[in-house]
Design a binder for this molecule. Structure first.
Ligand code: FAD
Length: 423
């Protein structure tokens, strides 16, 4: 076991935000220690984007984030943009491509991002403690100076600034914990109830029985939920699963969905189904299922007709106008009530987290608790699907690192007043 060591900054959590914060703070001249309890570095980066890491979204802006305090993310996102991250990739010669709607991925592997951040930390002479658990955190103040004291598997660490970068609760088997929330509460901060987001939704067995056989089928839909400020709507691909719905459309809407609420699907968002059905009634003898298969895959059209209580052979001509109208309305506004989500095991991110109203949006520092910062997913800022969550991790980390450097240089210039009292 090591004896007590002193650092300017201790960062707990060596994921996306912790690595970035450590690298930048180290390169700005701070003595940084980066602590993580995992045995493998940055597992979430490694598994992200199907192994190619959707590391940012070129269009990332405050409108792409959910939070109880929506303005909080503005400053950090404006000061570290997707272009800044692309400059970093360029310096490391990492090739990338745009896939869909501004989503940028590595050409080769997510490992390139991890390696880049590890190298950036080496340039900043970052000290590593990994795997290493932190057991306790205590705070002392004397003579105008403060310190955090950490007891860890690797001994006692004393630091002027403590950065919590322990992420959210998704995928516990690769190291997610609620430790960051517990530290927040220890120092009097509120935590907005964490809940799984960017997650598949499930339906009870009887609702889903007619559709369970469609597992694997996918189509573009418009999905919406909620009202007013809480409303969300996306045009994206939907994927049927054995237990419910997934795919980008559902992952996106799951972040807006609250238990008990319905979601609504427009299965043919670019067509006027009612007009098309009435036209078909007047001009053809086609079967309804066959007609609907113009807009959705045939298996879904068949299941849809069967679920509406109609014979699979029903012809559009035979249906009364009222039935046709309500069928068209249901097709463009299919309302379903999920019984739940697939939970932390499958969620890509956490909605909720440390209440940002207690933090400075420019430094990520707790207003009432000097030297305590929170960055990345542990805070109540949740991005849409598509690279936005990593962009928040980078931007919040850089804002924090720069602010710590400025503040510590100021205290050096001021002759480290009071520092001796604690050393
Ligand atoms: C399957 C999957 C795919 C994803 N794909 C994308 C994508 O393509 N694009 C995108 O933008 N976002 C994606 N995300 C979300 C993205 O990975 C996270 O938003 C991002 O990693 C958050 O960064 P972070 O540093 O805050 O937390 P994390 O990257 O989760 O890092 C937290 C670190 O803290 C450590 N830690 C936790 N508790 C403790 C403790 N008690 N003591 C010590 N260390 C601790 C963990 O071991 C971990 O290393 C994906 C997430 C998942 C699960």
């Amino acid at each position: 076991m090591r004896a007590m060591e002193k650092f300017d900054v201790a960062i707990v959590g060596a994921g996306a935000a912790g690595l970035m914060c450590a690298a930048v703070a180290g390169q700005l001249g701070l003595r940084v220690v980066l602590i993580d309890h995992a045995t493998r570095l940055a597992e979430k980066i490694r598994i992200s984007g199907g192994g190619r890491c959707n590391f940012t979204n070129i269009n990332a802006g405050p409108a792409n984030y959910l939070s109880e305090n929506p303005r909080f993310c503005r400053s950090a996102l404006a000061r570290y943009t997707p272009r800044d991250f692309l400059d970093l990739l360029k310096r490391h010669r990492i090739a990338w491509h745009e896939k869909h709607r501004g989503q940028l991925f590595c050409d080769e592997s997510a490992e390139d991002i991890i390696e880049m951040l590890r190298n950036e930390c080496a340039v900043g002479h970052v000290h590593w403690r990994m795997p290493c658990a932190v057991h306790t955190v205590a705070y002392t103040e004397a003579g105008g100076a403060h310190r955090y004291h950490l007891t860890t598997d690797a001994g006692h660490i004393a630091t002027k600034r403590l950065v919590i970068a322990t992420g959210g609760l998704s995928i516990p088997k690769i190291g997610a914990t609620d430790w960051g929330y517990r530290i927040a509460r220890q120092f009097g901060l509120e935590v907005i109830e964490p809940r799984p987001a960017l997650v598949p939704l499930m339906f009870d067995a009887s609702t889903w029985a007619p559709f369970a056989g469609l597992s694997g089928l996918s189509l573009e839909v418009e999905v919406s939920t909620g009202k007013g400020k809480e409303a969300g709507s996306f045009v994206e691909d939907l994927l049927f699963t054995h237990r419910g719905l997934s795919g980008p459309a559902i992952l996106q809407i799951s972040s807006f969905w609250t238990p008990g609420q319905p979601i609504t699907l427009d299965l043919a968002p670019t067509s006027d189904i009612e007009a098309a059905l009435f036209e078909a009634k007047a001009t053809s003898k086609r079967q309804l299922a066959n007609l609907l298969a113009q807009w959705v895959p045939a298996r879904l059209a068949d299941a849809w007709v069967a679920n509406s209580g109609l014979s699979p052979q029903a012809r559009v001509q035979e249906l009364p106008d009222k039935a046709l109208r309500s069928l068209a309305q249901a097709f463009s506004g299919w309302t379903l009530k999920p019984c739940g989500s697939e939970g932390w095991r499958k969620a890509e991110v956490t909605r909720g987290g440390v209440d940002t109203r207690a933090l400075s949006s420019t430094t990520m520092e707790t207003r009432a608790q000097p030297g305590l910062h929170f960055v990345g997913e542990v805070v109540d800022v949740t991005g849409w699907l598509g690279g936005y969550n990593f962009q928040w991790a980078w931007a919040s980390a850089v804002a924090c690192a720069r602010a710590m450097s400025e503040s510590i240089s100021e205290s050096v210039n001021a002759g480290r007043a009071g520092e001796d009292a604690l050393s």
